[in-house]
Design a protein around this ligand. Structure first.
Ligand SMILES: [Zn+2]
Length: 306
């Protein structure tokens, strides 16, 4: 993957909220878990919280005594073309990914016959954050909150993904974001709400179907990612995406399958508790989206072949 040094980024799509989300860390954490109404929708199962000790071993539990939040960075300045080192910074790289993903949906969403795509923000946070779905800490992993229609990510999640889950490839990052934007698309389409009325766990549950569809949508974006243009509409955001990148996305999908995570956390693999799908399924649906490059081929609700 190569990012275009000349690209002008749209910083209005990302909000850096900095550190600390409000009163004391660790309280009232809504767990991710499929399309349960009101709850947030993450990329990994709730067991991750236990696995990671509920907060990445960062400063999740200490933010309360700081007397308020530390503000985030001004991305406008940090990620402007004037900063030749901007793509060394994970915040600017992820801003570019968000721009590309939303650029893709601006074009692809109308083809689904439900009107226009409505862009939404990604919020960077550290340790804890207040959302329309309640307060969350980093331990829940990146997530989408249907209530406020925004994406939330503590960028240190990627370090965890690399060190604890073995997904070291950098293309894991846009895969994660594209998955969360997949949930936003589902929210706009009403898929999310419908799925909230179905089973929330089990190998063929509505939750698993929702998550696998988000993986498929991520694959559809990946197929078209090099076509996405910068804020000026003149420059591509990516100058290249290679087969290695796609392999890295698949490796990430593999690493965070329900069965892999259950094995890794030392427990038995219990399909009845699946919320996101197995490693094989997550890979298959990402690949399906990538092969077809068309979200219409992501009908995880209309098939028995998950
Ligand atoms: Zn998800």
């Amino acid at each position: 993957m190569e990012l275009n040094e000349r690209a002008e980024l749209d910083t209005s799509q990302v909000n850096d909220r900095g550190r600390g989300g409000g009163a004391g860390g660790g309280m009232g954490i809504p767990l991710p878990g499929g399309g349960g109404r009101g709850g947030l929708i993450g990329i990994v199962v709730a067991v991750l919280v236990a696995l990671l000790g509920g907060g990445f071993g960062l400063n999740a539990m200490t933010n309360g005594d700081e007397g308020g939040q530390a503000g985030g960075t001004d991305l406008e300045q940090l990620c402007s073309r004037d900063n030749a080192q901007r793509f060394d910074d994970v915040r600017c790289r992820n801003l570019l990914f968000v721009n590309s993903i939303q650029g893709y949906w601006e074009k692809a969403y109308p083809e689904l016959g439900k009107g226009k795509y409505e862009p939404t923000k990604t919020n960077y946070f550290q340790a804890a954050v207040n959302t329309g779905c309640g307060q969350a800490d980093s331990g829940v992993g990146p997530f989408y909150c249907p209530a406020d229609r925004q994406v939330y990510i503590d960028l240190s999640f990627y370090d965890e993904l690399a060190s604890r889950f073995g997904a070291k490839g950098e293309f894991a990052q846009p895969y994660v974001l594209a998955h969360e934007y997949g949930h936003h698309v589902q929210n706009l389409l009403g898929t999310n709400e419908k799925a909230g009325q179905g089973d929330q766990s089990g190998p063929r549950s509505a939750s698993v179907r929702l998550e696998l569809q988000a993986d498929c949508y991520a694959g559809a974006w990946a197929k078209h990612a090099t076509e996405s243009k910068d804020k000026s509409g003149q420059e591509p955001l990516f100058t290249s995406i290679t087969q290695t990148d796609i392999s890295e996305a698949l490796q990430a999908a593999e690493a965070i399958g329900d069965d892999s995570i259950q094995e890794r956390s030392g427990g038995q693999v219990n399909p009845d508790s699946f919320t996101h799908g197995t490693s094989a399924q997550r890979q298959r649906w990402f690949q399906q989206g990538f092969n077809g490059g068309d979200p219409k081929t992501c009908d995880t609700f209309g098939t028995d072949q998950l």
